[in-house]
Design a protein around this ligand. Sequence first.
Ligand code: IPE
Ligand code: IPE
Ligand code: MG
Length: 239
Amino acid sequence: MKTNNFSGPPPEHIAFIMDGNGRWAKKRGLPRTAGHKEGAKVLRRVIRDLDDIGVKYATFYAFSTENWKRSDDEVSALMKLLEDNLDDLVNYEKENIRLRFIGGRERLSEVLQKKMADAEKKSLDHTGMTVTLAINYGGRDDIVRAAKKASELVSEGFLKPDDLDEAAFEKLLQTEDIPPVDLMVRTGGELRISNFLIWQISYAELYFTDTLWCDFSKSDLMKAVDSFSSRNRRFGDAK
Ligand code: IPE
Ligand code: IPE
Ligand code: MG
């Protein structure tokens, strides 16, 4: 049963910057990695909550192109968390979820790359929510990769420079078959985008909360969605 109790239609696509895991752990005297473990549990629950309220696309920032700057220990722990839990992190089998990944894969371990490819293949025909995990993702990197693809298509004669408009370019981004972001939620109190989906959020509504990702509850999610529903999206028009 869908529990859609808020005022307007839910956003079709919500993107999450899941921030604050380190601070959550620090507050409890735990290592940062304990925060990431807890964050993974919250991710699983939020996916169910989103499904409940009828959201069709959800994209989660799990690891940025800049997060390699962190200590080797933290990076390895994050990668291991993904490797060990990818299959039950997003319960795509049982919940009919189409699971996808964005971000550069070449820098990830072979084990993780294989698990990602398998999950995408197995869930390709699933008709429920599309969940995208961004791993080694950067918005600028996404745009540069698309520009490279475009120049290759031009040099191979498959694309005329004049045919490269916004719609055609968008199809070359890693989010090719996913609609633009309607609502972008960032937990953890920072008021920035940190290189997430910079093209795709051009007209997204932004929602920032001080709540740390590990504490992000269903009622926090409903507040974000309610805020979205009460806004007037003009898209440049004068309505
Ligand atoms: C977000 O939490 C998770 C990742 C970036 C992988 P952080 O690890 O950035 O937590 P804070 O911001 O340091 O509290
Ligand atoms: C953004 O959080 C990246 C993820 C949530 C994966 P960061 O913690 O890396 O962002 P900054 O460094 O505060 O901008
Ligand atoms: Mg952070």
